[in-house]
Write a protein that binds this ligand. Sequence first.
Ligand SMILES: *[C@@H]1O[C@H](CO)[C@@H](O)[C@H](O)[C@H]1NC(C)=O
Length: 366
Amino acid sequence: MKISVVDGVNARLSFAVCAAAFGSAFQHGYNLGVINAPLTLIEDWMNTTSYERSEEYITQTEQTMITSWIVSIYCIGGMVGGGLTGFFSERYGRKGGLLLNNITAISAAIFFGFCKMASSWEMIIIGRFLIGINNGLNAGLAPMYLSEIAPTTLRGAIGTVYQLVVTISILFSQVMGLESLLGTEDLWPILLALTILPAIFQLCTLPICPESPKFLLINKEKRIEAQRALSWLRDSSNIHEELEEMQNEAEAQKLVPRVSLREILTNPALRIPLVIAMMMMIAQQLSGINAAIFFSVKIYEQAGLNEDESLYATIAMGTMNVLMTFVSLVLVEKAGRKTLHAHWFVRHDDRYYSSYLVSRSPVRIS
Ligand SMILES: *[C@@H]1O[C@H](CO)[C@@H](O)[C@H](O)[C@H]1NC(C)=O
């Protein structure tokens, strides 16, 4: 019996999806986009702060250096967070990991909120590092949780929720950066600190939701708890078939050999998947989209637009990003991944692609 898409949806599942997606994907997209608009304001503030601190104005070189650190230490944090995903998801579970991760978001928000008061741009750098860790972890944990709580029929659709919310929240952060909202000399610390809201939202909603039933069943081997979690999510006690299916899937996976990182690099049979995966990542980075997401306001200003026009052009770019994500979500089912990928990888999450490739390669990566 095939369950229709609408049948799989219920209020509890939707609640859990929102708790994970808004609390995590929103956090991710917001911080990708938020630094773009207030960058010039922050630079001016650094100059006056430098004068207050040492009676000397900042030099152009120092200013560029500090700004670059503020923007890019986020990516270093992202790498750290991404690297911790495996550990967190096994040790604390998907839900537990997501909940714990809010500590980094709240600490970051505190550093952002008080940096101006403390006349310290170092605090912005620390905050950006922390929120980078947060986003790296979210990018791993949230899609994992989402795909594991989704019924098979909805897995694809729910899997794309994360990406969609990321692009929408990039746009949201750009809009909030407008001068009429929070993009002013006094309010930019609040613009950055707003990242505390998705954390609070998640801390209020996610504890009500159960841990991933798949994690409970397969990693923890707690059948009763898995059963309870699944029946909460499906809002039904008729879940034995699905639980069985989950168990079988796990058993089948155990037969697939686990591969170490070293083997990935040395096993000739894995060379082609490895090259494809790397090409996807490299191509996405070389498309330059991240530079545009971080610096478009400055780029437009240097191209001759005034401050307002640059902000609006950035918002137009963010809107396009959201629209094209919708288009690609529809097209990807119709036209296929490979045909589309020239467009597809321009904005899509690294993780989505790697998991897509991994799920189709003949081995499981440990
Ligand atoms: C810092 O402010 C001073 C005084 O307003 C100005 O002359 C100088 O160009 C500024 N420096 C930078 C790097 O913006």
